[in-house]
Design a protein around this ligand. Sequence first.
Ligand code: HPA
Length: 274
Amino acid sequence: MDANPSPTQLATQAAAALAERTGIDRHDIALTLGSGWAGAVDLIGETVAEIPASEIPGFSASGVHGHTGTLRSVRMPSGRHALLIGARTHLYEGRGVRAVAHGVRTAAAAGVRILILTNGAGSAKSEWPAGTVVLVCDHLNLTARSPLEGAAFVDLADAYSPRLRALARQVDPSLPSGVYAQLPGPHYETPAEIRMIRALGGDLVGMSTALETIAAREAGLEVLGLSLVTNPAAGVAQERIDHLALMAESRNAAPRIARLLADIVARIDGENDE
Ligand code: HPA
């Protein structure tokens, strides 16, 4: 094996290992489940294999939690397979943009055409309280980084698929849409930064998703982004932003958004039959 593989070569190796370990040659849809969203897994289908990510090339132990997540292969009622990427790497972990994009690239190398990215986010809009689910319609990449290397001049107009958003709205017509601003973190924003982001057209703030979407678009994947509002962003409401309170908010919303996400996945997967 090449001692210094390119990101695409590493993803190809990871996909081969995944196919060998899961017995599933091809996955159709991939999902990254952010804060609050994990409960959807068992509603999407039957887990056929779950592999510690650290056993797949390119995924290494997370610096944050002291353990890696898993990659899970789930058979949907249609018989097609979803890949659950439970090993998201955030930019703030300091492992670089290659690590951030590796899960997405592995999904693409595993045959995936549709990527669903979920996250927990702060809301810059007072009319979206904690618990609101928002469809991401565009992003502001405020990390000053790109996951792409070389002359990869990828078009990001409609980076978040209008077709997939329309399918999500068939499941819940009340879902609002908004612009997601990714910041490097891990600190939260200042109220002045939130005012700046609002002036720039941002509605949601978080520390993931935009870089993953850029990598996904380079790989030709169709992307659906879903944010769970876990808190009003800095300065939007009286209360301070507290990580534990955010986690509690995610837990409260978990059963509802798990059902919503599973229904959206079923709707999207159902399109393949039509
Ligand atoms: N800011 C950035 N990231 C976040 C927030 C926030 O307020 N809430 C959840 N993730």
